[in-house]
Design a protein around this ligand. Structure first.
Ligand code: PGA
Length: 254
């Protein structure tokens, strides 16, 4: 299966800075990269239009992701952006349920679920984030916690709507901290999640990508990305540096 590397720019870069970073990344990518890896960039809402224009005008082999979506379709919801509005900007993917949204913006599993369903209705691929806190891990109940996030977050997902679904394991204690999860931590959780979702009606081997996120860097990328069960990475901090981001992509060897 083709691996996927997603750069989550978070609340960084103006649209002009974003275009510069996109061009640097594109310049450094090897010509055959798209044969074995899907490269995805997730800028702020304000940059989506300009980044998409450069991607389509210059025919770049880079896909576009939003960092969030509204759970509403339209109406009196000031400040929200709908799945349909993203679709019309040719957005391919959308991050949903990121721990920063859950923590700072009080997104519950139920809200995340509504967003997932809206994205699937608009044929935008959800990058569904889940993962435990340090406290859950220390208490030892992290697999139950993750099970609940997945069961609730992916409730009522219909098989005929799922062309592709990215499930991103992002332990909160590893995000932005430099404390990358060990490869055994990652394998344990992704294997558990694979069994869990394989029981769902929408599951098929080809349409579910299991990925990891949390302090991925050029130093640890090779071990993580060349592990069979890991289909890719969600990269935060290191995706803001074109050299580091491209090194991460180039570390894929299988
Ligand atoms: P990080 O962020 O790579 O900076 O840890 C990952 C993420 O939040 O998606």
């Amino acid at each position: 299966m083709k691996k996927i590397i997603i750069g989550n720019w978070k609340l960084n870069l103006t649209h002009l800075e974003g275009i510069q970073l996109l061009q640097k990344i594109n310049y450094s990518l090897q010509k055959d990269t798209e044969e074995y890896v899907e490269v995805v960039l997730a800028p702020s809402f304000t940059s989506l239009r300009s980044i998409q224009t450069v991607i389509s005008t210059d025919k770049l082999k880079i896909k576009l992701s939003s960092q969030d979506v509204s759970r509403y379709s339209e109406g009196a919801y000031t400040g929200e952006v709908s799945a349909n509005q993203l679709l019309k900007l040719s957005v391919d993917y959308c991050i949903v349920g990121h721990s920063e949204r859950r923590e700072y913006f009080h997104e519950t599993d139920e809200i995340v679920n509504e967003k997932v369903l809206k994205l699937l209705d608009s044929e935008i691929v959800p990058i569904f984030c889940f993962g435990e806190s340090l406290q859950n891990r220390e208490q030892g109940n992290y697999l139950d916690y993750i099970k609940n996030q997945i069961n609730t977050g992916l409730k009522n997902v219909r098989k005929d709507k799922v062309n592709k679904l990215v499930l991103a394991y992002e332990p909160i204690w590893a995000i932005g901290t430099g404390n990358v999860a060990t490869i055994d931590n990652i394998i344990e959780v992704l294997e558990y999640v694979k069994v869990l979702v394989s029981e769902k009606s929408f599951f098929s081997e080809e349409n579910i990508l299991l990925i990891y996120g949390g302090s991925v860097s050029p130093d640890n990328a090779s071990e993580i990305l060349n592990t069979k069960i890991v289909n890719g990475a969600l990269v935060g901090g290191a995706s803001l540096d074109s050299d580091k981001f491209v090194k991460i992509i180039n570390s894929i060897s299988i």
